[in-house]
Unconditional design. Structure first.
Length: 167
């Protein structure tokens, strides 16, 4: 009879969340509705990053100030202990992999450069003062010996428009 009771108790326990491990939360600092500026303070776009699939991934929804768009799906792969980003936008795709080191997320992969040749890409996201996230995208055409900055963006939380504020 005790085996039957134990079986019944085990069956009534809720299953653990499929993506409940702390590693799945490492990139949560990027979640938000953002206005993105370059280092000169010019707005270069907006970006909305949201949890998807029960917190198992993050979806990026980019819109540049010139009207271009792009999306990425970001997820933690526990078997490799690495993060993956799959990007599609502007007529190109890019797949990156990497890790969170406790301070910043760094993902790398090979893809097309601005000139059409293949380049090594490295994108780093880090938190900086004032609730801002900095994203730096670097490219190397010599296997990582030298790097050139392709994008340097500062993500500030988007403020609601005065018309949408309930008083």
């Amino acid at each position: 009879m005790s085996a039957l009771l134990l079986f019944a108790l085990l069956q009534s326990q809720p299953a653990p969340a499929p993506c409940g491990a702390p590693e799945y939360r490492q990139f949560d600092f990027w979640i938000g509705d953002w206005v993105v500026h370059n280092p000169k303070g010019q707005q270069v776009g907006t970006n909305r990053i949201e949890k998807v699939e029960g917190g198992c991934g993050l979806q990026e929804n980019w819109r540049s100030s010139t009207g271009g768009t792009g999306r990425s799906l970001n997820f933690y792969r526990p078997s490799a202990r690495r993060w993956v980003q799959a990007w599609v936008g502007g007529g190109s795709t890019l797949v990156l992999e990497g890790e969170y080191d406790g301070q910043k997320m760094v993902l790398e992969g090979t893809g097309p450069s601005g000139t059409g040749s293949q380049a090594l890409n490295r994108i780093t996201w880090s938190r900086i003062e004032g609730g801002i996230v900095r994203q730096v995208w670097e490219q190397s055409s010599d296997g990582g010996k030298t790097w050139a900055t392709a994008f340097d963006g500062r993500y500030s939380p988007r403020q609601p428009s005065p018309k949408s504020v309930v008083r």
